[in-house]
Design a binder for this molecule. Sequence first.
Ligand SMILES: [Mg+2]
Length: 456
Amino acid sequence: MTTTPPPPAREPLDLLGFSLLDRASGVLLAQAAGDALGVPYEFAQPPGPGQQDAVAVMRGGGLGPYAPGEWSDDTQMSVCVARVTAAHDVLSPVPDAFGATPLDEVAAAFEAWRTGGATDVGTQTAAVLRDAAARRGPAATRLREASAALHAATGRTAGNGALMRTGVIGLVALDDRDATARAARAVAALTHTDPLAAESCVLWSEAVRVAVTEQRLDVRAGLDLLDPDAAARWSAWIEDAELARPTADLRQNGFTVTALQAAWHAIATTSAPERSRFAGRDHLVAALQAAVATGGDTDTVAAIAGALLGARYGARALPDEWSVAVHGWPGIGRRVLTALARRTAQRGLVGSGALVLPDGDARPTQRCPVCGTLLRENPRYPQHVCGWCAADVTDEAGRAVVLSNASLTGGFTAHRPDGSPASPDVLAGRVWVAGVEHRAREARFGGIVVQPLDHA
Ligand SMILES: [Mg+2]
């Protein structure tokens, strides 16, 4: 068995820098893209040569039925988690004014989602949430008890439903692998008592944390966070998953072990073409296609793979047509989804309201006025919208537009994603973010700046 020693001391994490925050954004965005890409093929004929679709297409349908680009329960449950982790330490034992800890809030969010938004719910999660509703006590306790009762009755609670939502846990404590592992176990245990579910979540969450902070893909990075016997078993399962033809039947991926193997197999056995100009994008696309082509629970395997691929390559690695299309419960798209990821990452490193970085430096900052992401101070544009919200601007009719510098004439230009010209309003600098009118113009030192009307 090989264990990976903890990484040596590193440069402080640049939690105000574009690239780290883009990789954090990529965790939820690429997960959502994998989810939406796999939805049409869930427990149906996967895409492949000679099939209706040679490669996966975000055509919707599936078990929902879903609209094209719509994500399913995997990302819906991740949003339940991320709404809490964006604002709170999920491990904090301190209750709010109503007596609920952050973990209770996650549990209560799962319950509210089941009755108020779920388009489909996995068998095991559904059974636990139904039983928990009949119990008394704090939400997290009720869910854990219901999950333990199911495990006692069936001995089979290692479904993939905890692993599918664990990506965002890799962002809760970017500088603390032990806290990351504790959070992974705590959130898994709400619905999945079997130790295999928790172990799969520890491994995947730590892999996400390492991908965001160290820009490498390493599913073994968290093996030493498991007990030695468990680590030996997982080490063998991972080795098997890296074979061109694993001995495990990867289509049986409702089981959390096989789901992790299938997701890792898709990542480890694909790569960008040699000399690719967009190696990150090409690997991400090839791996997500491979994940869906596995068959079985296609959206879940691709969602799991997507969380790790997005952590490594960032939100900007996604093809535009995917990142524009993805959307889902609770009525959000990439702008709000990725803001939850960025705020989760920053919350773990910056105390709420405090501006002191892990290196002890107090660095001047400002916040994106739309999504609240913490940014480097920019005295010239103190209210500028962050790059991720600026990438989501629309015209007056709510249609996506892409802003860029005019290469020859200087200044500012805009077009629709299909290349057609933007509306006269947009070309005059009138753009909308989250439905609110803003002003866009060429920034003084290049690039485009988008600002609220009263600061433009
Ligand atoms: Mg699903």
